[in-house]
Design a protein around this ligand. Structure first.
Ligand SMILES: *Cc1c(COP(=O)(O)O)cnc(C)c1O
Length: 412
């Protein structure tokens, strides 16, 4: 059987095949970059237009209030959407809030962790973690508040000594997709007296995560990747309920106040997860995010994960069938990786550009990684077979050697 014939069988048996129609995808494009910017749900433009035209244009400032008071519920949107993200990451509804960027949420939670571990200053992470995670630690280090320590995966446990306040890791690695063992690492960190902050940017909406079962202290994640919240969508943050009372986050803005509209001179943090808020919530961004979250929650993360594993396994099967030999840098065992496959090639950038010219959008990660994401909500097995065939043709023909594929744009 050819890859295309196999794909037809898989698509016919795919319980999620109908969801593709809930997304806008341009004709002739195979989108293998939903791990970087999720596709547009068809319901999003109308939802955003409604917020702009009716709630802003008509309701004006009244829209901040809840529907009980004739408003549109803007004030509660951050908590409401957080509570919808919560089941996707194994959290209770009141433990998650949608706010700020992932970077800013990292800052707030790293600083909060430091204040909960007086006498300890080390933030432990791994080299090659997503840059913003490492940079945010560095920022606190420059303020004299933290000491950054990086240890390779094999050395993490040994590096967890009594100076470590917080272990900060990304569950699914952005470049390779390799998963950390959240259960074991969280337990070991706690045994060493450290807190744990998981970055779920490449997991949420693709890989099941159970923060409560794992015993995680904190987590952050991204709204514009698998959650399909749109470019620059608000991120989310999780704080285990047991830490709510002692949470000292440093960005003590008025939206995180216990009573913002009391306009008191003195800060008193909200008792719950709302304390993580800083300034006024970005209502338009939240409106788009809510559509994506509702759709991903409707499909369900268990089904999404099963399909994402099947898609990436099938892609590898297609490469074998098409006699393509590439250096896989993702774990070969599907249970050990997130929803992506990454390949190392000295000409990865030009190959990626040649694929894009053929309508297959993946991405390149410096210095030599071709990264293909398999967002399970809207990809078909036929997409996978076609992408594999394009890749085989690009490599066999050497068309990636054309000069126009050499020049790098600012965003890769
Ligand atoms: C995408 C991503 C981010 C994004 O951070 P922003 O502040 O939202 O730009 C952070 N961490 C990881 C691991 C990511 O993959």
């Amino acid at each position: 059987m050819t890859p295309e014939q196999r794909a037809r069988e898989f698509d016919a048996a795919d319980p999620l095949s109908g969801y593709r129609d809930r997304f806008t995808l341009p004709e002739g494009i195979i989108y293998l970059d939903g791990n970087s910017l999720g596709a547009l749900p068809k319901a999003t433009p109308a939802a955003v237009a409604r917020v702009v035209e009716q709630e802003w244009g008509g309701g004006l400032i009244r829209s901040w209030n809840s529907p009980d008071f004739g408003g549109a519920g803007w004030f509660d949107a951050a908590s409401r959407i957080g509570s919808k993200i919560a089941p996707l990451v194994g959290a209770a509804p009141h433990e998650v809030i949608a706010c700020d960027s992932t970077s800013v949420n990292l800052f707030k939670l790293i600083a909060a962790a430091l204040s909960m571990r007086p006498g300890r200053k080390v933030i432990l992470s791994e080299p090659g973690n997503f840059p913003t995670d490492l940079y945010m630690i560095e920022g606190l280090e420059r303020q004299g508040l933290a000491t950054r320590r990086l240890a390779e995966r094999e050395g993490l446990v040994r590096a967890l000594d009594s100076d470590v306040a917080l272990l900060l890791l990304t569950h699914a690695h952005y470049k390779t997709g390799e998963l950390h063992d959240m259960v074991a690492l969280t337990r070991t960190a706690h045994e060493a007296g450290a807190l744990v902050l998981w970055d779920l940017s490449h997991s949420t909406g693709a890989v099941p995560v159970d923060l409560n079962a794992v015993g995680a202290d904190f987590a952050v994640g991204c709204g514009y990747k698998y959650l399909c919240g749109g470019p620059g969508a608000p991120a989310f943050a999780y704080v285990a309920e047991r830490h709510h009372a002692n949470l000292a986050q440093p960005l003590t803005g008025w939206f995180g106040h216990a009573a913002p509209f009391a306009f008191s001179d003195d800060y008193e943090g909200a008792p719950g997860i709302e304390r993580l808020l800083c300034g006024t919530s970005p209502v338009l961004g939240l409106a788009a995010l809510e559509v994506g979250v509702d759709l991903i929650a409707e499909i369900g993360v268990g089904r999404l994960y099963a399909k994402s594993q099947a898609l990436s396994e099938f892609f590898l099967e297609c490469l074998v069938a098409l006699d393509v030999h590439l250096d896989l840098v993702s774990p070969p065992e599907s249970g050990a990786r997130g929803s992506q496959l990454s390949f190392r090639h000295p000409q990865a950038y030009a190959i990626c550009q040649a694929l894009i010219a053929r309508g297959v959008i993946g991405d390149f990660r410096d210095p030599d990684v071709l990264r293909l994401g398999f967002a399970p909500a809207y990809l078909s097995f036929a997409d996978i077979a076609a992408a594999a065939r394009h890749l085989a043709e690009v490599l066999a023909s050497g068309e990636w050697q054309r000069v126009e594929f050499e020049t790098r744009a600012a965003v890769t």
